[in-house]
Ligand binder design. Structure first.
Ligand code: NAG
Ligand code: NAG
Ligand code: NAG
Ligand code: NAG
Ligand code: NAG
Ligand code: NAG
Ligand code: NAG
Ligand code: NAG
Length: 464
């Protein structure tokens, strides 16, 4: 009897300590705010709860949002903006001030659990910030400690381009320009503080740049009969996500850190985009996100081939379609929700909803590359003042970009700002697309496959 009780107690304490160290597999959502039409923070918190997200990541420390999250059970990740990393590194008291202003007033009612220093810093050109990143992380951690805040892990999200080699996964290697100078001290910091390697993983990007070499189903975690076996480790992969995560795990191992946990800081798939983008639709977005949520919430944890059974905590990108994100159309179409709060497609981030309960999805129409002509014209509702400056900018670029809309030339009529700007955008884009020029102009421009040409005026186009 006595021994029975004693071993029961031992088992109980073991359970307790394991549970204490255990990180939950719950899925969260990234709450980006780059839209001029988004619901308020308090409405957003309700929407986050309706998605059954148990975590939320914001890209700053917005006071309204942090207040709205008070007394909810949602775990929160906040972010030190990129712009002040150099300042904090140079002046540690600024780091302490940041913690005092942006963390202390909200805890413990707001469950701040992760503090990310900058966003994808090693993907940006500013090398000064690279060298100040780890010092700033240490300063923030020390400040939290000095204030007795122990529940907050400090990290920094990195994108896959931090690797110079990711294939086969066992060949994963950090870029030589950051490996010794930044990654080594960073891994030492993450290991010592028992924090995470926060990783942004999008299978969409490698797939869309090589859609013939990589099978779509393999990128969507939908493949039933496609596997890849790493020739060095003999580990067998059934999806691209696992391959990408393991490449980072092998890169860490190569630097002598085999046990740092990975936190998926962003993952997702765009529900829409431009005509020149492949596979960007609601069907694929719903398929990817539902599959990844199922994988990440399965109990016991699945992990990856290199780390079977390890929990991968995660955030799905993103809560909303954000209409003010620059770049290609996909950037504005990662949302689980439209800005009016309605679902782009049904999803349950707790992973509980059985697949068969979902309504059928619209069939994908752009899983093959678009073939034909595309023009770049003025978007609906474009601001006239901004349009006039965009017109003169486009005309100042390239060779004879706006000659045909000069007075008396064959595209000058009708003499309207929208007509001239549409011509200028098409003319600009037809010259610059091949070197990375976009049809965006701060949201004033959009792609069309309907030829805007009129009368004798032919609009220049891009042909795919
Ligand atoms: C950070 O440093 C830059 C350059 O020294 C300065 O212009 C800026 O005002 C500083 N920002 C803060 C928040 O201290
Ligand atoms: C492994 O990575 C190195 C660079 O780190 C690269 O040169 C080599 O080609 C890669 N090996 C394979 C088989 O891809
Ligand atoms: C990483 O942390 C573990 C556990 O604290 C420790 O045993 C190990 O020595 C650390 N690794 C390195 C390379 O510092
Ligand atoms: C794999 O499955 C897909 C669809 O499920 C099918 O079209 C394809 O033929 C299969 N390939 C092989 C090699 O069995
Ligand atoms: C991988 O498999 C091959 C062939 O079965 C075997 O020779 C090799 O030792 C294995 N490598 C590892 C790392 O298990
Ligand atoms: C919300 O916006 C989407 C996309 O614009 C639209 O299809 C949907 O009908 C809207 N829902 C409501 C309730 O207004
Ligand atoms: C239109 O754009 C101009 C210049 O870019 C800006 O100053 C103005 O506030 C904008 N107007 C509206 C209604 O957004
Ligand atoms: C403009 O013309 C010059 C000379 O023909 C050429 O080198 C340059 O690439 C052209 N620029 C564009 C944007 O096509």
């Amino acid at each position: 009897m006595k021994t029975g009780l004693a071993s029961l107690l031992v088992a109980f304490f073991l359970l307790l300590s394991v549970a204490g160290a255990e990180i939950s597999s719950k899925v969260g959502v990234c709450y980006g705010q780059l839209g001029n039409n988004l619901p308020s923070p308090s409405q957003s918190v309700k929407l986050i709860q309706s998605l059954k997200a148990k975590r939320v990541k914001i890209y700053d420390a917005n006071p309204e949002i942090l207040k709205s999250l008070k007394n909810t059970d949602i775990q929160v990740s906040i972010m030190v903006p990129n712009e002040i990393i150099n300042n904090i590194s140079a002046t540690p008291s600024l780091g302490d001030q940041w913690v005092r202003n942006n963390v202390l007033p909200y805890i413990p009612e707001t469950k701040i659990r992760y503090l990310l220093v900058g966003n994808e810093i090693l993907s940006l050109p500013d090398k000064l910030t690279w060298s100040n990143l780890v010092p700033a992380m240490r300063i923030i951690k020390n400040s939290l400690r000095a204030h007795g805040v122990r529940k907050v892990k400090v990290g920094t999200p990195l994108a896959m381009d931090v690797l110079q080699s990711s294939f086969p996964p066992s060949n994963g290697t950090f870029r030589s320009d950051v490996s010794d100078s930044v990654m080594r001290p960073m891994l030492q910091f993450l290991n010592r503080t028992k924090s995470f390697f926060f990783l942004d993983v999008y299978t969409f990007f490698p797939w869309s740049s090589e859609p013939t070499n990589i099978k779509l189903d393999y990128a969507l975690l939908e493949a039933k009969n496609i596997t890849y076996t790493d020739p060095i480790t003999n580990l067998t992969y059934t999806n691209l996500f696992d391959q990408m995560v393991d490449a980072v795990i092998f890169a860490m191992k190569r630097l002598g850190y085999p046990n740092i946990r990975v936190f998926i800081a962003e993952t997702g798939w765009p529900n829409g985009g431009d005509y020149d983008q492949i596979g960007v639709n609601i069907y694929n977005a719903a398929t990817y996100n539902r599959n990844i949520v199922r994988k990440l919430t399965t109990k016991p944890a699945i992990g990856t081939p290199a780390r079977p059974g390890w929990v991968l905590p995660s955030f799905i990108f993103a809560l909303y379609n954000e209409n003010q994100k620059p770049g290609p159309g996909t950037e504005r179409h990662f949302g689980l929700l439209y800005p009016n709060g309605s679902n782009v497609y049904e999803i349950d981030l707790s992973g509980i909803e059985p697949e068969k309960e979902y309504e059928p999805l619209p069939k994908p129409t752009n899983n093959e590359p678009y073939k034909g002509k595309i023009w770049c014209v003025v978007a609906k509702g474009a601001n006239r003042t901004a349009l006039a400056s965009a017109l003169s900018y486009a005309c100042s670029q390239g060779n004879g970009t706006c000659n045909p809309i000069q007075p008396g030339k064959h595209c000058s009529k009708p003499d309207s700002l929208v007509w001239h700007a549409s011509y200028a955008f098409s003319s600009y884009w037809s010259q610059f697309k091949k070197i990375g020029g976009t049809c965006y102009f701060d949201g004033l421009a959009t792609q069309t496959i309907k030829d805007p040409s009129y009368g004798s005026c032919q609009f220049p186009s891009v042909t795919l």
